[in-house]
Design a protein around this ligand. Structure first.
Ligand SMILES: NC(=O)c1ccc[n+]([C@@H]2O[C@H](COP(=O)([O-])OP(=O)(O)OC[C@H]3O[C@@H](n4cnc5c(N)ncnc54)[C@H](OP(=O)(O)O)[C@@H]3O)[C@@H](O)[C@H]2O)c1
Length: 242
């Protein structure tokens, strides 16, 4: 069997990926997020709130089970939040902790547990795909915590890949920007106050001009990366390159 651990599989890109993967009867998906929205014989859900670090710590062992029949094990760190859009100096201090817990701390803990659990499993393919953003490379006003969190995810991925190469484990790690996708996150961005995000109109135009990718289209590109990792230009990559 091929096993996919997908965080944030309850909606948006993560749900589209899970549903596409479940069409192949060799694939099993474990979804991890607060809500469960998929019912399928090869889908299992682990409810977790990534803003509750103690709760995540307590339940991590349930996510990274022994998978003796695995031919392939893939972790997709997809769950993410943009948080309250607003300038540094006008934000709540808790905002930074929340965005970093969900977008960086828990993904790093998942990478750590994945590697501890599976890096010696040379009998199967193992891959970590972190869902990043172009915002990790280019600053956007009002998005400081989000931009910084995705930059951190990119560097975590590069470091993990370097280490796995030095250890010779064969584990592949990517940090991929999935493009602009028509999900709840984009809806939240379009609702931002122009005083808190000067380019908000551009994002409203993306929607009215039909420039957003569907979650299903974006999911297919990430699945292509999983199946054909040689299409990536490097550890940090973008679906625009495929
Ligand atoms: N949409 C875009 O244009 C775009 C562009 C670039 C990058 N991305 C990245 O793509 C990924 C998916 O984004 P999306 O647009 O699909 O977002 P979305 O539709 O808002 O879905 C976010 C997912 O993350 C989960 N999540 C949120 N808070 C959580 C928490 N506290 N604990 C556990 N899970 C939580 C949600 O599940 P629950 O609510 O059930 O917990 C949901 O399944 C994110 O990493 C995002 O940064 C998106």
């Amino acid at each position: 069997m091929r096993y996919y651990i997908i965080t944030g599989a309850s909606r948006g890109l993560g749900k589209a990926m899970a549903e596409a993967l479940l069409q192949d009867e060799q694939n099993c998906v474990l979804g991890v997020s607060r809500n469960s929205t998929i019912t399928h014989p090869r889908y299992r859900h682990q409810p977790l709130d990534f803003s509750d670090i103690a709760g995540v710590e307590h339940n991590l062992h349930k996510v990274f089970a022994q998978l003796p029949d695995a031919q392939k094990i893939v972790l997709v760190n997809n769950a993410g939040v943009i948080g309250e859009i607003g300038y540094i100096g006008q934000s709540q201090n808790e905002h930074f902790e929340y965005v970093f817990d969900v977008n960086v701390i828990v993904p790093a803990m998942f990478m750590n547990m994945f590697l501890q659990s599976y890096q010696h499993r040379q009998d199967c393919d193992r891959m970590i795909v972190n869902i990043s953003s172009g915002a990790g490379q280019k600053a956007k006003d009002g998005w400081a915590a989000y931009c910084a969190s995705k930059a951190a995810l990119d560097m975590l991925s590069q470091t993990a890949q370097l280490e796995q190469e030095q250890l010779g484990t064969g584990v592949k790690v990517f940090s991929v920007a999935p493009g602009i996708i028509d999900t709840d996150m984009q809806e939240q961005i379009r609702e931002a106050d122009v005083e808190q995000f000067r380019s908000v109109q551009q994002f409203r135009d993306y929607k009215t001009q039909g420039a957003l990718a569907s979650p299903e289209e974006a999911a297919q590109k990430i699945i292509r990366l999983i199946n054909e990792p040689q299409i990536a230009r490097g550890v940090v990559c973008s679906v625009r390159d495929f």
